[in-house]
Every structure is written in C-alpha cells, then in structure tokens.
Ligand binder design. Structure first.
Ligand code: HEM
Length: 138
C-alpha cells in the first residue's frame, strides 16, 4: 500500500464514519422531541475532528501527488464548500450551545429553526463535496 492510498483510505473512512453523523444531526434537529441536546453537542465535536482529519489527509494526498489536483475546478469548488461546511458547523454548534445554556428544551427553543437550517446546509454541502471529489466532473 502506498502512502497516498493509506491517506485515501483514512480520508474515506473518516468521511463515512465521522461526517456521516451530520445526517444524524440534521435528523435530530428535525425531530427535537426525540433528540438529546448534550448528545448532539458530543456529535458536533466528533464532526469537527473529522473535518480536521479530512483536511490533513486531503493536503497529504495533494502533497503525495505533487499538488496535481490543486489546479482543477472540482478541487477548487469543493474546497470552497469545505470552508462553508466548517462555517455552518461553527454556527450550528454555537446555536446549540446557546440553546443548552438557556435551559429551554430543544423542541421549545426559538433558536431551533436556525439549528435546523444550519444542519440542513451542512448535509447539502457534504453531498456536494462528495459528488465533486468522487466524480471529478471538470
Ligand atoms: C467534507 C470534507 C471532504 C469529503 C466528504 C471528501 C470526500 C472525498 C471523496 C469521497 C474522495 C474520493 C476518493 C477516491 O476517489 O478514491 C476524495 C478524494 C480526495 N480528496 Fe477529499 N473530501 C473532503 C475534504 C477534502 C479536503 C479538505 C481536501 C484537501 C485539502 C481533500 C482532498 C482530496 C484529494 C486530493 C482527493 C484525491 C483525488 C484523487 O483521486 O486524485 N478532500 N475526497
């Protein structure tokens, strides 16, 4: 196994196991009666560490392939989406922290709508990144 393929395997496992949890966050924001806010905060932490692993392994793969993909549009656009995903994550996590600090149940919080929007945007950006990174259409 080459260094590049080891990084690619870590990249893919982290995408599936770590970032896959974004769907669970979006689902819990849609069904707040069944969700647990403290558990959701724990998932947000796993997701941010997964994003860091994606960045490190992604940069590692670029380095191992002499920065070949750096000039392609699929990479440039997906990297913009990656930054957007990071931002949506920060806003969603901050919103949930405010909800928890206020002591209001998740289902009754006036901030629930913002949490729903942000977790939905996280899911959509994740799908777009996977489409671009896997399909490399241009
Ligand atoms: C949400 C974050 C990310 C997701 C879900 C994601 C997902 C993927 C997927 C599914 C592949 C295809 C693997 C394959 O075809 O074998 C891939 C490849 C790749 N990704 Fe990512 N990625 C993410 C972030 C990043 C970042 C931040 C970078 C770089 C800074 C990066 C760089 C790369 C590179 C260089 C490849 C290899 C492309 C090739 O086959 O030549 N990725 N990624």
């Amino acid at each position: 196994m080459t260094f590049n393929s080891i990084l690619a395997v870590i990249h893919l496992i982290t995408a599936v196991c770590g970032l896959g949890l974004i769907t669970a966050l979006a689902l819990m924001a849609r069904k707040p009666g069944w969700a647990n806010a403290i558990f959701m905060l724990q998932i947000f932490k796993i997701v941010v560490w997964s994003l860091i692993v994606m960045l490190v392994t992604g940069v590692g793969m670029l380095w191992a392939t002499d920065w070949m993909s750096e000039h392609t549009w699929w990479f440039r656009i997906s990297f913009m989406f990656f930054l957007a995903l990071f931002a949506f994550h920060g806003i969603a996590q901050g919103t949930l922290k405010k909800i928890v600090a206020s002591g209001t149940p998740l289902a009754a919080s006036p901030l629930l709508g913002k949490l729903r929007t942000m977790t939905m945007l996280m899911s959509i950006t994740l799908v777009l990144i996977v489409l671009l990174m896997e399909g490399k259409p241009f």
